[in-house]
Design a protein around this ligand. Structure first.
Ligand SMILES: Nc1ncnc2c1ncn2[C@@H]1O[C@H](COP(=O)(O)OP(=O)(O)OP(=O)(O)O)[C@@H](O)[C@H]1O
Ligand SMILES: [Mg+2]
Length: 218
């Protein structure tokens, strides 16, 4: 049944994820609503796994994920999803702008809208001067910013961001955080970040992933 109040919601119901015999998430239930949700927890706890499930790049072994009140709505969710993985191979021979235009076309954006949005986002996070350079020449922090910028294209209703502030200097990381908080007024933003403590006062929720479960700590 579709929700009627118009606010997006992404709900995990009894979601379990195992790899081989290893249970990473066990019967996790949580509803994500607009605002910033921070994921914390020890290394290897399952934060990236949870983000991959939200980003529909993996499926739960058990349980269901409801998008706006409906199960099996992966296709609809994908149309309004931005995902920044923790680690990803980028197309080294393309320029950042060419890569962004490619992603934007997959999201159904026109080239002119994509150019405008990519320009604004990269400007805000200090990457704009480099967008016509080949990705092969990019540093770690530049790659992080590009991965973040492609996720933001199309103003998605759901953003799943895995360590988007890694390798960034403090000032750039703060600018990125500010952009996210602005977007989180309308969108469901779920992220892991080493800036969790700093962002926590502005977050709608802080979730701790540990020993298979997800607990709300703030
Ligand atoms: N594709 C996979 N195949 C097998 N095991 C996996 C796979 N992906 C993750 N795991 C295991 O699942 C567990 C959770 O991994 P995950 O990457 O989600 O943790 P994390 O909380 O993101 O850790 P970190 O803080 O180090 O990024 C780990 O034990 C990891 O080894
Ligand atoms: Mg991780």
């Amino acid at each position: 049944m579709a929700k009627t109040n118009g606010e997006p919601s992404l709900e995990l119901r009894g979601v379990s994820k195992t790899y081989g015999r290893k249970a990473v998430l066990a019967e996790v239930s949580h509803t994500f609503t607009p605002g910033l949700t921070l994921l914390t927890g020890p290394s290897g706890a399952g934060k990236s796994t949870l983000l991959r499930l939200l980003a529909t790049v993996e499926r739960p072994n058990r349980g269901v994920i409801h998008w706006n009140g409906a199960a099996g709505a992966r296709g609809k969710l994908r149309r309004t999803l931005g995902y920044a993985p923790q680690a990803v191979d980028l197309p080294e021979d393309l320029t950042a702008r060419e890569f962004a235009l490619h992603i934007a076309s997959l999201k159904g954006l026109s080239a002119s809208a994509a150019d405008k949005q990519f320009g604004a986002i990269t400007d805000a996070i200090g990457l704009h001067a480099d967008i016509n350079n080949r990705i092969a020449s990019f540093s770690g922090g530049m790659r992080r910013r590009l991965i973040f910028a492609q996720a933001m294209l199309g103003a998605p209703q759901v953003l799943a961001l895995d360590e988007p502030t890694a390798e960034l200097d403090a000032e750039t990381a703060r600018k990125l955080g500010a952009l996210l908080l602005e977007r989180a007024r309308d969108a469901i933003v779920v992220m892991t970040t080493h800036l969790a403590e700093e962002l926590a006062p502005h977050a709608a929720a802080v979730l701790r992933v540990e020993a298979g479960s997800v607990m709300r700590t703030a």
